[in-house]
Design a protein. Structure first.
Length: 106
């Protein structure tokens, strides 16, 4: 499942491309195929984690934090290459599929 914020990036990529209409149709199709993970259940966890990270002097971008906290709130594993930031979120399960540890095809 995708996070609403990820769809924003897909829309941005479509609008920023040389084939806007074609890519907008592709993004719309992707949105139809995948469920969107709600972020509402992550609000309190986001606030708690942002406070903890700020006190530690270890802040990460708000979008990264919101995506990670949404994964926790929805009992999901976060699949990402951005382990540098997201590994700072307490209790977030992360898999980096580009890492040979998680990818037998590399």
């Amino acid at each position: 499942m995708f996070q609403k914020l990820q769809f924003l990036n897909l829309h941005y990529g479509a609008i920023n491309s040389d084939h806007v209409e074609k890519h907008k149709k592709e993004v719309n199709k992707i949105e139809e195929l995948y469920g969107i993970v709600p972020i509402y259940g992550a609000k309190e966890h986001f606030a708690i984690e942002k406070t903890r990270l700020r006190k530690e002097g270890n802040l990460i971008p708000d979008f990264d934090l919101l995506i990670g906290c949404s994964a926790i709130a929805n009992n999901m594993i976060m699949v990402t290459r951005n382990t540098k930031h997201l590994s700072r979120i307490k209790d977030l399960q992360i898999e980096n599929w580009t890492d040979p540890l998680h990818n037998n095809f590399l």
